[in-house]
Design a protein around this ligand. Structure first.
Ligand code: NAG
Ligand code: NAG
Ligand code: NAG
Length: 583
């Protein structure tokens, strides 16, 4: 099943080459005669070099813009960025296993559970209180102020959002809130084309545009395009171009009123370029917080093409046609039938599955500076990757005291390996029969890294396993649309297991499940630090104790709390602005 990723990788690789062949074509013109043959012979290496250089430049400027590991963790890097180098692909090599002893104990424990037909209690949420919260960000509120706001148009806000699917989603909803704050009209956001993601999808390719506008009427004025007289303006020239460097990270409403409103009044338009994480969560007027939730949870619906294939995907995982809960309906709309279909499924239960989002791609792994039991080969490989892709990190490392790999591990800074994820699932009592949907990612080390997971859990499936090449073809060149399929499969899973709470996909999906799940959509969030502490005893701990400690860690993280100050409403919608609580 890991091989399922390969065509993907190849596709992206090819895409990259074709993009760069444009460049190389133009300089190919400068060579004649013998040189031409030379060029032909070396074209591929030149293409790769040019590709690498462009890629490096992008990566470097990206990393330097916000230099901290959490950025890497937040999915701001593309899934398939491991482009020209085949580093990290150790398929065919030996299995890399860090915890032989625990793995064999896990394996016996699972057999025992299987015999007893013992089901994990983690198929359900740990706390009954979770079901006391229900969605209500779309509630009607007093309209008089809103009408006034809608009538006083201060100008147009244009947003070009960068990043992948999930970052753009956050940018869209932040833009809605900013437009409302400033009584401005929002132009349907644009998505920046990045040479790293190579996805030209625009808003309307991913979300239903009309539905978005309709859902937010009476809240914010939204138009599809700028009026003609503003289109011809040079935003930079008139000072209306606002980049991420011009605004603080998680900026406050006051900052928008002081910096942006004057520009808006003067020029009638501002253009936010990038717009990554540029509106803070607190303090924010509750009306705006609610609006953000309404945008994220109600106004953004995937287009029919994505819903249709998403529906096919989950119907195949579940081997069941009908809708299972509100999450299904929200995400798939008319492409999933009602709760009780009359088809041949009537007597059958849908197959349960866990969706697992493993953030264990080479970028993440290399950037962490941790060691993962792969010995010298791994060390060399990751060091080489860092030197090529993270020159700024390398520079910084030269200046500062090196933190040892052991220390990093102890302090919970290391991404979870597939093996560690498997041990957690085993400790929680998920039997070997469990279906695990793996959200699409290029696992570092490929098959040999996945093996400790697939040894315990043979039913690991990806969208490439479930959909035919023909069904996937319309998505192939669109990484954001592929990511939307993962979003759907993860959000509608019986259980969603994440390994990195900093990842944007994990965060948005778990928020979605909290919002629509009615206490029946558990998310498993291991704490890397606590897990590291438990695993440091891997040579001595007995299985019962391992189970007990992992269980405690996971159920602790499921406790039902109000969103804390400054925390993301996209991740934790349990707050009065977004959800209503019933006793
Ligand atoms: C937006 O409109 C409301 C209602 O008319 C008004 O109270 C508020 O001051 C306006 N805000 C801005 C930034 O213009
Ligand atoms: C994807 O891109 C490749 C090369 O850029 C192109 O040949 C192919 O037709 C595209 N496929 C789709 C479905 O757009
Ligand atoms: C496994 O246990 C050994 C011995 O206690 C310890 O030195 C090692 O750090 C542990 N491994 C991990 C990855 O925690």
């Amino acid at each position: 099943m890991v091989q399922g990723h390969d065509p993907n990788k190849l596709e992206l690789f090819n895409g990259f080459r074709s993009y760069n062949s444009m460049k190389s074509n133009s300089f190919k013109g400068g060579y004649i005669g013998k040189r031409h043959t030379w060029m032909r012979k070396h074209l591929s290496s030149i293409v790769v070099t040019v590709a690498l250089m462009g890629f490096l430049y992008l990566l470097d400027s990206f990393i330097s813009s916000v230099f901290e590991p959490s950025v890497i963790q937040s999915n701001s890097m593309p899934k398939n960025m491991i482009v020209p180098l085949e580093i990290g692909d150790s398929r065919g090599k030996d299995v890399v296993q860090m915890y032989d002893r625990l793995a064999s104990m896990a394996s016996s424990a699972l057999v025992e559970r299987e015999l007893k037909q013992d089901e994990s209690k983690f198929w359900k949420e740990s706390y009954r209180q979770a079901s006391e919260w229900s969605p209500c960000a779309d509630r009607k509120e007093s309209t008089s102020v809103r009408t006034e706001k809608l009538q006083s148009n201060t100008g147009y806000i244009l947003v070009s959002a960068n990043g992948g699917l999930n970052q753009q989603r956050v940018a869209v909803c932040n833009a809605v809130a900013v437009a409302s704050l400033l009584n401005a009209t929002l132009v349907i956001p644009r998505f920046l084309f990045s040479n790293v993601w190579k996805d030209p999808s625009q808003f309307g390719d991913i979300y239903q545009e009309e539905y978005f506008i309709k859902t937010l009427t009476n809240e914010v004025n939204i138009v599809k395009d700028l009026p003609p007289h503003l289109k011809s303006l040079d935003f930079k020239e008139i000072g209306s171009l606002i980049t991420d460097a011009d605004m603080s990270k998680e900026a406050t409403p006051t900052e928008y009123i002081e910096k942006v409103l004057p520009l808006l009044s003067k020029n009638g338009v501002v253009h936010f370029l990038g717009f990554g994480n540029r509106l803070g969560f607190d303090p924010l007027p509750s009306q705006l917080q609610r609006l953000r939730c309404k945008c994220n949870y109600h106004a953004l619906k995937f287009v029919h093409k994505i819903q249709e294939t998403g529906s096919l995907l989950i119907r195949r995982i579940r081997k069941y046609d009908g809708s299972r809960n509100k999450l299904d309906k929200q995400l798939l709309g008319k492409f999933i039938t009602g709760f009780r279909s009359n088809g041949p499924d009537i007597d059958r239960e849908p197959l349960k599955y866990i969706a697992l989002h493993l953030r264990f791609e080479v970028d993440m792994v290399a950037y962490s500076l941790c060691e993962f039991g792969g010995g010298q080969v791994e060390k060399t490989e990751l060091q080489a990757y860092r030197e090529v892709h993270f020159p700024l990190l390398m520079q910084r490392l030269k200046r500062t005291r090196a933190v040892s790999a052991e220390e990093l591990r102890r302090s919970g800074k290391c991404p979870l390996t597939p093996e560690e994820a498997a041990l957690v699932l085993a400790a929680l009592g998920f039997t070997s029969e469990t279906y695990i949907y793996l959200a699409g990612s290029q696992i570092y080390g490929g098959k040999s890294r996945m093996q400790p997971l697939t040894n315990l859990y043979p039913h690991v499936i990806t969208k490439e396993d479930l959909l035919s090449p023909t069904e996937l073809a319309p998505f192939k060149n669109f990484s954001s649309q592929l990511a939307a399929l993962d979003f759907i499969a993860c959000a509608t899973a019986d259980v969603f297991a994440i390994t990195d709470s900093g990842s944007q996909l994990s965060s948005l999906v778990s928020g979605f499940r909290t919002y629509y799940g009615r206490g029946h959509a558990p998310t498993l969030r291991p704490s890397k630090k606590r897990l590291a502490e438990i695993l440091s005893k891997n040579q001595t701990i007995d299985w019962k104790e391992f189970e007990a400690r992992v269980t405690k860690m996971i159920s602790g993280a499921q406790s039902v709390r109000l969103r804390g100050w400054g925390r993301s409403i996209y991740r934790q919608p349990r707050c009065p602005e977004c959800m209503c609580k019933f006793q």
